[in-house]
Write a protein that binds this ligand. Structure first.
Ligand SMILES: Nc1ccn([C@@H]2O[C@H](COP(=O)(O)OP(=O)(O)OP(=O)(O)O)[C@@H](O)[C@H]2O)c(=O)n1
Ligand SMILES: C[C@](O)(CO)[C@H](O)COP(=O)(O)O
Length: 233
């Protein structure tokens, strides 16, 4: 089967403030090795041969992005993000051609590999409505309650951690995301907007080192993974 030629545009929501990180600056501008987290992420996307353009959604008061070398990259376009992650993604989708595919990837996930991006793109042959990278849950899962004790054990069969990138037809994602937000649906990733519209996105097993840097202890883990990926190249 010949691979379909798709126009794939990467969207990087990078307009958050990183409150759970508790740093003096937004977490995407913290450095790992010699680059910021955002620079690591953008380099992974800008160097992937199947990605034609990278759109980064920035906080309206972001005065750090222009200091990154990637800011001048010819494939990169900036937009102003919104109050929630989904708003930032929707802002970026406004400038994506309707016939393109939107590959949405968190700025806070610097360890994504080209191999995982390739897996996701290839999976579109099996999942024409779109697909996401995800990691099957390994541990026994518990739901806690307000007093800090276990309420129940959650069935972990077919339970997955949703990762990014998440890859969908740009036009459908834009329409469904807009309508889901207008309906006040809880949208924490692109797949939830597509599910809200009745779609069935595919699950593509991704690497567990594709972590989202969220809390302070994630920084050391991301540094370890980035170092290991460089050594094992
Ligand atoms: N209004 C927002 C909120 C988040 N994001 C981006 O969405 C990604 C995932 O969000 P998260 O990890 O929650 O980042 P923050 O919102 O910055 O973190 P926190 O919730 O701890 O403030 C991040 O790259 C973040 O920059 C965004 O573009 N626009
Ligand atoms: C999109 C995401 O990374 C998938 O797990 C996650 O939903 C982002 O959540 P956040 O609270 O905006 O970090």
């Amino acid at each position: 089967m010949t691979a379909a030629i798709r126009n794939i545009v990467a969207i990087v929501p990078a307009a958050g403030i990183g409150s759970r990180m508790g740093a003096a600056i937004p977490k995407q501008y913290l450095t790992i090795g010699k680059k910021t987290i955002l620079s690591h992420t953008l380099d992974r996307l800008l160097t992937h041969p199947a990605i034609s353009q990278v759109i980064v959604a920035l906080h309206p008061e972001d005065d750090l992005f222009t200091q990154l070398s990637q800011a001048a990259h010819p494939k990169l376009t900036q937009v102003i993000g919104g109050s929630e992650r989904a708003d930032s993604v929707l802002a970026a989708l406004q400038i994506v051609d309707n016939d393109a595919w939107a590959l949405v990837h968190d700025a806070a996930r610097p360890c994504v590999t080209h191999n995982d991006i390739d897996k996701l793109i290839c999976a579109l042959n099996e999942f024409p409505q779109g697909a996401i990278l995800a990691a099957p849950v390994r541990d026994t899962m518990k739901r806690g309650n307000a007093n800090g004790t276990i309420e129940q054990t959650v069935e972990r069969n077919q339970l997955w951690h949703a990762l990014t990138p998440q890859l969908f037809p740009a036009s459908a994602l834009k329409d469904n995301l807009k309508q889901a937000l207008q309906a006040k649906a809880t949208i924490t990733d692109e797949a939830s907007a597509m599910e809200w519209a009745g779609m069935c996105p595919g699950l593509v097993t991704g690497r567990v080192d594709n972590i989202k840097v969220t809390h302070p202890d994630d920084l050391e883990l991301a540094q370890l993974f980035l170092t290991q990926q460089t050594i094992l190249k």
